[in-house]
Each structure stands twice: as C-alpha cells, then as structure tokens.
Design a protein around this ligand. Structure first.
Ligand SMILES: NC(=O)c1ccc[n+]([C@@H]2O[C@H](COP(=O)([O-])OP(=O)(O)OC[C@H]3O[C@@H](n4cnc5c(N)ncnc54)[C@H](OP(=O)(O)O)[C@@H]3O)[C@@H](O)[C@H]2O)c1
Length: 263
C-alpha cells in the first residue's frame, strides 16, 4: 500500500487519480481550499490547502507527513487558469497566478524532497500542461507558469544524481474537467478573446475524461523507471501536434496556432 500526497482532489484529474489510487488500496492525503468539497472515502484524508497562501503550504504538508509518516509519491496537481489578453494582466494578478501555478509547486517539491531524502524511493509528479509547449492564446500567465514548472522539473531531473528520487513532468492536453468553469475570465467582450474561448471550450467538451490521466499517473507510480515527461490527451494533441510543432519554424507555429484558435 502506497502513501500519496495529492493536491486538488475535489474535482477533475485530482479526484479521478485519488479514486484510482484508493480503489487499489493506496492511501491518499488530498487537498482542496474547502475540505467540504472532498468526498468522504475511506483512506482519503482531507486537507485544507490554498496554494495562494504561501505560508500555509508548509503547515499543510507537515501535518500530512506527521499523520502519514512518509510519502511514496507527492503529486502537484492543483491549479487554475486565467483567460484574457496578456497586455491587461496586472502585476499583482500575475504574481498570484505564478504563486498558485509555480511557486507553490516548487515549495511542495522542496518539502517532498526533504521528507524523501532517506527513503529507498521517492517520486514527485508535477502536473504542468501541453500549454507549456503549445501556448493557448489569451492564457499567457498560465502558459508561462506551466512552462516554468516544466523547465524547473527538467532541471531537477538533470541535477538529481539519485536514481531513487524521481521527478516527472506530466503534461495533459485538453481533458474534460471543471477547469474552464473555474478559470478567471476577463475582456470577454473582445471578439478575438471570445472567438478563442469558443475553441477552448469546444475542445474541452470533446476532450477525454480525467480517468485517462489518472490511469497514466497510476502507471507512473508503479513503474521502476518511469519516463521523465509524459504527455497525455487525445491522439492528435498528445502525439501528432507536439511532433509537428517541434519541426516547424516559429512563424509557422504562430500561423498554425492562430488558425487552430480562429483568431
Ligand atoms: N483539464 C485540462 O484540460 C488540463 C490540461 C492541462 C493541464 N491541466 C492541469 O491539471 C491540473 C488539474 O486541473 P483539472 O483539469 O483537474 O481542473 P479542476 O477540475 O478545476 O481541478 C482543479 C483542482 O485544483 C484545486 N485548486 C484550484 N485552485 C487552487 C488554489 N488556489 N489552491 C489550492 N487548490 C486549488 C481545486 O480545488 P478547490 O477549488 O476545491 O480548492 C481542484 O481540486 C491543473 O494543474 C491544470 O492546470 C489541466
């Protein structure tokens, strides 16, 4: 039975992953800003955590660690998006987006490493996004924070001499969750913003269910030597688009993305 610390278990990918882990007998310490939103299931220990409240992150992790004794895996999953023109994001809001999507994850990763130092094996999974490589228009803060997380994770992979401590960058494409409903939206009266949102919303409606990601996470946890980066989504987004994108010059990449989002 494995002990897992997992952020954002109140919905979407986090909830599907928690259910998958619990169904096979693992024990999960799962977070939400409001513990009332976490379903009551045996071996799912609810924890309150708001990633925008930096000092609370250590308190939350340490209290969970005190209960669990150790964690086999720490999964940085919780997050939310902002949709609106990059040029109108205020500095204070940008700081907050980076706190929720980047600084909080780094702090949890640091705490996890500290707790796993003397273990035979430890695993940290950072849920970034395919948007870290294929940016979504009008999601500049989100794209940038996820790219920062992906880059930081890769640097940890590069630096870590210990094969017992693994860092995985998990990059979902569109997955059908509450993510869009939870996103903060601004300037929706701007026709280009509205057009791009329609595509984003349509893509999410047609996207695979979060259980697809949950199954990949379970596999990563079970594998002796998991791949450092895992892309998960429908076939086009997870396999075709990133490959084509890598081969094209940036001018063509921009043209293709504008076409894709109808802007
Ligand atoms: N769905 C996609 O298409 C997609 C694609 C690529 C990457 N991702 C990434 O996958 C992760 C999970 O997203 P999801 O799609 O499952 O969305 P979701 O259904 O909206 O779930 C997001 C989870 O994060 C928690 N959360 C949000 N803001 C938080 C904050 N400030 N502090 C603490 N917890 C917070 C939410 O909990 P409470 O609201 O209860 O606090 C919820 O449990 C995110 O990191 C997201 O960026 C999603």
């Amino acid at each position: 039975m494995k002990k897992i610390f997992l952020t954002g278990v109140s919905s979407g990918i986090g909830l599907a992953t928690a259910k998958g882990l619990l169904a096979r007998g693992d024990e999960v310490w799962g977070t939400s800003r409001d513990v009332a939103r976490i379903p009551q299931i045996a071996r799912l220990h609810p924890l309150a955590l708001d990633l925008s409240d930096a000092p609370s992150i250590r308190r939350c992790f340490e209290s969970a660690l005190a209960q669990a004794g150790r964690f086999d895996a720490v999964i940085n999953n919780a997050g939310s998006g902002h949709f609106g023109p990059a040029e109108s994001i205020l500095p204070a809001d940008l700081t907050n987006y980076f706190q929720v999507l980047f600084f909080a994850q780094i702090e949890l990763m640091r705490l996890a490493i500290e707790s796993m130092r003397d273990q035979e094996r430890g695993l940290i999974i950072n849920v970034s996004s395919l948007a870290s490589r294929l940016p979504v228009p009008f999601m500049a803060a989100y794209n940038a924070a996820k790219a920062a997380l992906a880059s930081y994770t890769m640097t940890m992979q590069l630096e870590s001499p210990k094969r017992n401590l693994r860092f995985i960058d998990l990059q979902p494409g569109d997955i059908k969750t509450n993510f869009n409903d939870a996103a903060m939206r601004t300037s929706m009266d701007n026709p280009r913003v509205a057009e791009a949102w329609q595509t984003v919303d349509r893509n999410m409606e047609a996207a695979p269910q979060p259980e697809l990601v949950a199954r990949r996470i379970l596999k990563i946890i079970d594998r002796e030597d998991p791949p450092p980066r895992v892309t998960v989504g429908d076939f086009f987004q997870s396999a075709v688009a990133p490959l084509i994108f890598r081969l094209l010059p940036q001018r063509i990449q921009l043209w293709g993305l504008r076409k894709y989002y109808g802007i």
